[in-house]
Write a protein that binds this ligand. Structure first.
Ligand SMILES: Cc1cc2nc3c(=O)[nH]c(=O)nc-3n(C[C@H](O)[C@H](O)[C@H](O)COP(=O)(O)O)c2cc1C
Length: 334
């Protein structure tokens, strides 16, 4: 398992960027890549597993741990009313509030057991022990994403092989189990140190990696691997949406913010009209808020209007450039 975790790990990026081609190219370039099962149907996940398995390379699969229904349903209802103006603006209907959605978790775990990728990682929480045991019995090494020492201790109770220490600098959703108070103000170095203080397990560090110096810093601080996402968003093999590529490649200055506005779970994204207008009002409530904003985001994407898109990216967005995945891996290995 240790040989599988290369110094550079290409992060799972659900919502388009992660493709079998990116995972295969990463492996061929001396990194290890993850397929992202989040939001996909089990059929699509299976097709991607087949595509990568056929290439005979090391790889991982990432799953979302199902969220508990939001505690404050009234806050989600209030947010829905607030979003009506956006629905009108884009000419879409807001769906009724949908509190439960397990993202086909059981079916995806079954696929992971059947296809037994060398690594399976989890985000958004700690899977049940039975899930971890079933994967391990199939020969899979299990990794759990955490954002603090307390979450690491919780993850250790189910016996994973690896922890992923995710800093607040990371692009996309935070795996935090405390979404109400999450500010995203930790670095990967800080979370790595906090996690290593409570375990001797191998730890992969994630967040803010844009250069070989960033990778070296985290490896020197004890990480067995460094999981980078944002810096691969413009890779030729990535399935990043054209609207996001265009924003990232424009000469306009950008900054990132941590927001629950799109999904109800804190995520780091490029600041835009939607994050400015809704970050303060957005409640905790993944995936209910994700479903509420989905038609708005889809309509905005169709119009090429990046102002209402969830442009997930971390602080390393300034280092992202269009190139092959192999070139980006090489730039990180140094
Ligand atoms: C567009 C995007 C999508 C992401 N989707 C996932 C995902 O599906 N599962 C997951 O565990 N992490 C996801 N992440 C977070 C990464 O695993 C990782 O923590 C992060 O990319 C590391 O920070 P960096 O973006 O600064 O390199 C995503 C990140 C981005 C940028």
């Amino acid at each position: 398992m240790h040989d599988l975790i290369r110094p550079v790990v290409v992060a799972p990026m659900a919502g388009g960027p992660s493709t079998p081609a990116l995972v295969i190219a990463a492996a061929q370039a001396g990194a290890v890549g993850f397929l992202a099962a989040g939001y996909k149907t089990p059929d699509l996940v299976e097709a991607e597993l087949r595509a990568v398995r056929g290439a005979s390379v090391g790889y991982g699969l990432n799953l979302f741990v199902p969220a508990k229904p939001p505690q404050d349903v009234a806050a989600v209802d209030r947010y829905r009313r607030l979003l009506q103006v956006e629905a009108d603006r884009y000419g879409v209907d807001l769906p009724p509030v949908r509190l439960r959605d397990d993202d086909h978790f059981d079916a995806k775990v079954d696929l992971a057991v059947t296809y037994a990728p060398p690594l399976v990682s989890f985000t958004f929480g700690v899977p049940e022990k039975g899930v971890v045991v079933a994967l391990q019995a199939a020969g899979v090494a299990v990794a759990i994403t955490v954002t603090s020492a307390a979450e690491a201790e919780q993850a250790l109770t189910v016996g994973p092989e690896v922890l992923i220490a995710q800093g607040g600098t990371a692009g996309g959703h935070s795996s935090t189990m405390s979404p109400a108070g999450y500010r995203g103000n930790t670095t990967a170095v800080q979370v790595l140190a906090a996690v290593r203080a409570v375990t001797d397990l191998p730890v992969i560090a994630a967040g803010g990696t844009g250069t070989a110096a960033d990778v070296r810093e985290l490896v020197t601080a004890g990480a067995v691997g460094v999981q980078a996402g944002t810096v691969f968003l413009l890779a030729d093999e990535a399935g990043t949406r054209p609207a996001q590529r265009a924003v990232m490649q424009s000469q306009l200055p950008h900054e990132t913010v941590v927001t629950r506005a799109f999904t109800g779970q804190p995520a780091r994204a490029l600041r835009n009209r939607f994050t400015d207008e809704y970050s303060e009002a957005a409640p905790v409530g993944y995936p209910a808020v994700h479903h509420l904003t989905a038609p708005i985001r889809a309509a905005a994407a169709e119009r090429g209007d990046a102002g209402a898109l969830n442009l997930w990216a971390g602080i390393a967005h300034t280092k992202a450039r269009q190139a092959s995945a192999a070139e980006i891996v090489a730039s990180l290995i140094g």
